[in-house]
Design a protein around this ligand. Structure first.
Ligand SMILES: [Fe+2]
Length: 256
């Protein structure tokens, strides 16, 4: 009798341990188990921005800063997630290290999306994930509006980038239908200065983690070390990315 009770108690304990392990691994979204099982990164993803390097209707590029370990984007159509709370898919981020190894930027290209659809996404690995954010895929046809920006450069780095961040947040609040922003260059003052990039991305994130930021390089991004710009920004098509941004709706528009 005593032995049976002990066995029962042990079975209950084992079941509890298995259940806790499943919860940790994300049994609620088994479709993304690879991301849940990966090592937990030292720091959360930061400086998150969206862009497009493919068809705006079916793809979304998600870019962020991390600490070097493998990281993922988990995503799901908002309509489905609101019903069942499950992440249906994941994409692994491609890591690029620049600025003498001091800056690790990641980019994940999500594909096979549905046009004109709102998605939720989070970034991370293991047990460390960002807050839930949204992106919306491009429309099949019809009118759309976008914001045009350029020359973010500064006199006082922290003060001026913060003011720029406030301005674009206010503009996006006034015009929430904006689909993306075109950035015509000179995002930073010195392309090899990590403090410029940190200030730029920190203040870009509140708006551009929600709508894509499509950039082309200005003279401040490229003359010294062009590769820094190309590692930091992910826009355009392979082979054209230094000179053009390709935006696809019903027609193809090239910006030089
Ligand atoms: Fe300029």
């Amino acid at each position: 009798m005593f032995k049976e009770k002990r066995h029962l108690k042990m079975a209950v304990m084992i079941a509890a341990v298995i259940c806790a392990a499943l919860v940790t691994a994300g049994c609620a979204d088994a479709a993304t188990n690879e991301a849940n099982a990966a090592s937990t990164p030292k720091t959360k993803a930061s400086q998150i921005t969206l862009s497009w390097s493919g068809d705006t209707k079916t793809t979304q590029d998600v870019n962020w800063k991390g600490s070097g370990s493998t990281m993922y984007v988990k995503y799901a159509a908002a309509k489905n997630y609101d019903q069942d709370g499950k992440w249906t898919s994941f994409t692994k981020g491609k890591k690029t290290t620049t600025l003498e190894g001091h800056y690790c930027r990641y980019s994940a290209r999500i594909t096979k999306l549905t046009a004109d659809t709102k998605y939720y996404y989070i970034i991370g690995a293991g047990s460390k994930w960002t807050a839930k954010r949204t992106f919306t895929t491009g429309i099949e046809s019809g009118d759309f509006s976008f914001m045009s920006l350029g020359d973010v450069q500064f006199v006082d780095r922290n003060e001026d980038y913060a003011a720029w961040g406030d301005d674009i947040a206010a503009a996006y609040k006034r015009e929430p239908g904006i689909k993306f922003s075109l950035m015509t260059g000179d995002l930073i003052n010195v392309s090899t200065e990590i403090r410029d990039w940190n200030a730029f991305f920190n203040n870009a994130m509140p708006v551009f983690s929600r709508i894509p930021m499509m950039t082309t390089s200005g003279n401040h991004e490229t003359p010294v070390v062009p590769s820094v710009y190309l590692k930091m920004m992910r826009t355009g098509r392979r082979g054209l990315k230094r000179k053009y941004i390709r935006l696809i709706t019903e027609t193809v528009i090239l910006f030089r």
